[in-house]
Write a protein that binds this ligand. Sequence first.
Ligand code: ZN
Length: 333
Amino acid sequence: MSTPVQLRWAALGLDLGGSSAKLGIVAEQGKLLVIEQVPFTPLDSLTTVLESLQHALHQLRDRAAAQGIELIGLGCGVPGNLDPDRSTVLLNNITALDGFPLRPWLVEQLHLPAVLDNDTCMAALAEASLSAPADRTLFVTVGSGIGVVLLHQGVIVRVAHGATGEAGHIIVEANSPYRCPLGCRGCLETVASGRAIEREGQRAAAEGRSDLLEQIRQAKGFLSGADIAAAMAQGDPAARAIIEQAGHWLGLGMASWAAIYQPEEIILGGGVAQAGETWLQAAVAAMRSSGVPRFTGTVRVATARLGKEAGVIGAALAVLRHVSERGMSAYCQ
Ligand SMILES: [Zn+2]
């Protein structure tokens, strides 16, 4: 006798990043069933980006159907800002999508409800779903850029026009030669993000400060943040100094955020948070030595538990939550 097929329901999570898009099928309670990655560059044209996304979305839809999984919606995290309706991308790390009405396009692709939000919000939702919410949790993603979201008892705090603020763009180096993609000069992103780590790695290699980084750069044609973290793990002093410096800068940002938001805990996610203890210790030390002791002395600091899948899981949880609260029709238009 064959085992009857059990029909399950789930949502698609889509996490758009500066260098790739991650897509997954996520069941209720945030269980990740399938995950895939689509390569992506910030310089891709709109047509290229949409074609890649369309192909990947349709593949996942077919895969879900083949496994008897009913999809009830699509959540999408965007690396940047959205309009107040969270429908159109305004300004983000994938330039081709700026000004594009992404939510209607996503609805059209799968004929399912779609919910959009900033990618840090999505990752924060996923992380918050793992434990009982603290009164005030500051969730920070450190990847190509830096996103900061305050959760109050597990709910995202929005400061204006549905947005959560851009605390990754506090200016920390007034005379910096570097501007971030959003246009500000010397903001935290220019010194503490994955992009900053890569830039400093390239410099160290080009200036002859690290034979190992130069070898990797020659072999691959570029250096990623993960390459620099790997070089540090092999004992490369220049790579270690770069990671420590990035952690130190982040810690200065955390010191400022501790005074502004007064969180009980700060959770650090995103690709750079995988750099490990050296980076984390540099950040915590800088925060505690520079900030207001009353705010920085007791705040708990931890790295996110979900790692790179947080954005996909959170995006799916966001649409599952919206559909359960408002029904499918409210978002399927
Ligand atoms: Zn900036």
